[in-house]
Design a protein around this ligand. Structure first.
Ligand code: SF4
Ligand code: FES
Length: 247
């Protein structure tokens, strides 16, 4: 297939960016979107031009790196897929495809399509963990009974890959879906309950410090999340936050 690619180019965080147009021919429908950009970058390097900077790592939907806004949608037109899992057959011959980085002041552009998502790391550092006594008297986690329903819900929340699509797609740049998934995956399990009150306060506080907006229940995050993280996690986090604030 032949496509016209309009891609955001920006030399650095403090420079003005602009869309750049590339005509591409003989693109296979079986290529992933990232493989299509690989082909473009090969061509650019051969022409002595600078390749397009973009993030990627696993290329199998688990690392959350391949952040891109494609035709106005986080990770493009597919549902429950990351950009690396999006195939070119999702587009038509002759299409014009617009590619931009995540747009959020909490995720500043580093270069072209790469953004700085270290705000998410700082939220995790604020409380997204379970402290473990490593004195040698640690209880085996497998010896603690957990109901099937709680285990399933915790696992569903734990599938969040920290990609940031929820933030990029939210009109308020809210990180509530991400933070609530990380809070839930721990607080639903007995191991996570000891620190649950402290955790939710610290993580929400750090989320606010990073400049993310608040949730107005629009639901766009849930639609665009590649892992199908549910809005019910936000409701649970709000309840936990209220309880922790009451003492
Ligand atoms: S909640 Fe979904 S969209 Fe948000 S960071 Fe996690 S996986 Fe990505
Ligand atoms: S490259 Fe890892 S999720 Fe896409």
């Amino acid at each position: 297939m032949n496509i016209t690619l309009k891609v955001w180019r920006q030399k650095g965080p403090n420079t003005v960016g602009a869309m750049e147009t590339h005509e591409m021919s003989n693109i296979s429908g079986d290529m992933s979107f990232l493989e299509m950009i690989d082909v473009l970058n090969d061509n650019l390097v051969r022409e002595g031009k600078e390749p397009i900077a973009f993030d990627h790592d696993c290329r199998e939907g688990i690392c959350g790196m391949c952040s891109m806004f494609i035709n106005g949608e986080a990770h493009g037109p597919g549902r429950n897929v990351t950009t690396c899992q999006l195939h070119m057959r999702s587009f038509n011959d002759g299409d014009t495809i617009h590619v931009e980085p995540w747009r959020s002041s909490a995720f500043p552009v580093i270069k072209d399509l790469t953004v700085d998502r270290s705000a998410f790391d700082r939220i995790i550092q604020a409380g997204g963990y379970v402290s473990v006594n490593t004195s040698g008297a640690t209880q085996d986690a497998n010896a603690i009974p957990i109901s099937k329903a709680d285990a399933d819900e915790a696992f569903d929340a734990a599938t969040c890959i920290g990609c940031g699509a929820c933030v990029a797609t939210c009109k308020n740049s809210s990180a509530m879906l991400f933070v609530s998934a990380k809070v839930s995956q721990l607080s639903l399990l007995p191991q996570g309950q000891t620190e649950a009150k402290k955790r939710v306060k610290r993580m929400v506080n750090q989320m606010d410090l990073e400049g993310f907006g608040n949730c107005t229940n629009t639901g766009a995050c849930e639609v665009e999340c590649p892992k199908g993280i549910s809005l019910t996690n936000i409701a649970r986090m709000n309840r936990d936050f209220m309880k922790s604030s009451l003492g």
